[in-house]
Design a protein around this ligand. Structure first.
Ligand code: ATP
Length: 386
């Protein structure tokens, strides 16, 4: 429920500065496998030192996009530019990218240090330099005590760090990570996410990560591209994707949300933004304050609101003309910090409200079958026109 909103600690937003050129640019890229179009006329800019996530359901084209950047596949149409230069035809080993696979692909018969050194030996680097870089990498991923072990003598998290060290040893400018934490359990995954962010920031590298885990993308990324069947639906910071999704698809894909279909009754400009009125399910009226609205009165739109923005009370509000609906508590999900109340409305549909579990000894807790009112402020919902 309470989502991390990404690495907000760092002031980093080159995409807002028109004078900064993108580091990587996919320009009108299409990839076909026979008749099947895996990536459709896609344009995307990624900036130097960015931690960028490709997020989407299985088969939406994330890995294909990454493999084209690494040079394992070529676009059918369009081009990929790295620092402004077209890299089509450049073989993978000559690109300043390195890909870390989900399987890690470690050599089982080699020790940790030999695994890390392997790519450097292939490149015929002097022995002294190889040794120095292996030591540097072991230190970076905190595996110095394990240098002589074989992969089978390591935990899953340690193996993941060997794979990371091996990918970084060649000092790529861009590290491509395909589901890098997929094999780890939840707790280790969360710890490793923060390690990855530290390493990326300390080394000043550009990371492109493929994941279908929305929480992971929210935690690690500067920006996220949400994909659907070969196209990008939205590219934005985790906070923007969460607070201002541009479509039903993105709203529904990230986090928990109530989405109700309705008709736009009108949009009245006020100051810098305006107030949209929507009649939901032909039933209740909502008013939404937002920057703009690209639909006209009468259009089919959706009203969306996150459960944590919905207040629940057994008392009726003073004004029930808009942004207030009543129903009966049908189910309660206890999530530790939060409880989620599933409320059945008079029209038979359900609506969710989440409430922090702060003990209020004087109040009787809301329970199953209670008659309740759900209310929210006009600036906490959104109108989705796509
Ligand atoms: P996942 O999360 O499951 O890895 P993804 O978003 O990374 O999915 P891709 O691996 O990019 O998806 O695949 C996109 C689509 O292209 C899929 O439908 C896949 O079957 C198809 N595809 C990928 N590679 C090939 C190939 N070499 N030949 C034919 N079809 C392919």
């Amino acid at each position: 429920m309470a989502k991390s909103l990404g690495p907000v600690k760092r002031k980093f937003s080159p995409w807002t500065d028109p004078s900064v050129k993108p580091f990587i640019r996919f320009e009108n890229v299409t990839k076909r496998f026979g008749d099947f179009v895996a990536v459709k006329n896609l344009t995307l800019d990624i900036y130097e030192r960015e931690f960028f996530s490709l997020l989407g359901p299985s088969g939406c084209g994330k890995t294909t996009l990454m493999r084209m950047l690494a040079g394992f596949e070529e676009p059918t149409e369009g081009k990929i530019l790295l620092q402004g230069k077209d890299i089509s035809g450049v073989p993978p080993y000559k690109r300043p990218t390195n890909m870390m696979f989900q399987s890690y692909a470690l050599f089982p018969h080699m020790s940790v240090e030999k695994n890390i050194a392997f790519g450097l030996e292939q490149d015929n680097l002097p022995k002294g330099e190889i040794d120095a870089r292996v030591q540097e990498m072991l230190k970076l991923v905190k595996l110095e005590p394990f240098a002589k072990r074989k992969p089978s003598q390591l935990s899953g998290g340690q193996r993941q760090r060997v794979a990371l060290a091996r990918s970084l040893a060649k000092r790529p400018k861009v590290l491509l990570l395909d589901e890098p934490l997929g094999a780890l359990d939840k707790k280790l995954r969360e710890e490793t996410q923060f390690e990855l962010m530290d390493i990326q920031q300390n080394l000043g590298l550009t990371f492109l990560i493929v994941t279908h885990d929305q929480e992971e993308a929210m935690t690690v990324s500067d920006r996220i591209a949400v994909m659907d069947r070969g196209i990008i639906m939205q590219v934005a910071t985790p906070a923007e994707i969460y607070e201002a999704p541009n479509s039903r698809y993105v709203a529904d894909f990230i986090g928990d949300i109530n989405i109700v279909e309705g008709k736009l009754a009108g949009f009245e400009p006020r100051g810098e933004g305006g107030r949209a009125t929507v009649i939901c399910d032909g039933d209740f009226k909502v008013e939404v304050e937002q920057g703009h609205c690209d639909a006209t009165a009468g259009a089919d739109v959706a009203f969306a609101i996150r459960p944590e923005k919905v207040r629940i009370s057994t008392e009726a509000p003073a004004d029930t003309s808009a942004n207030a609906i009543s129903g009966e508590v049908w189910d309660i999900g206890y999530l530790g910090d939060f409880s989620v109340f599933i409320v059945k409305l008079a029209n038979g549909k359900t609506f969710r409200a989440a409430q922090a579990n702060i003990a209020r000894l004087v109040d009787r807790p809301i329970t199953i079958e209670d008659k309740v009112w759900l209310t929210w402020s006009a600036d906490s919902g959104m109108v989705l026109t796509r």
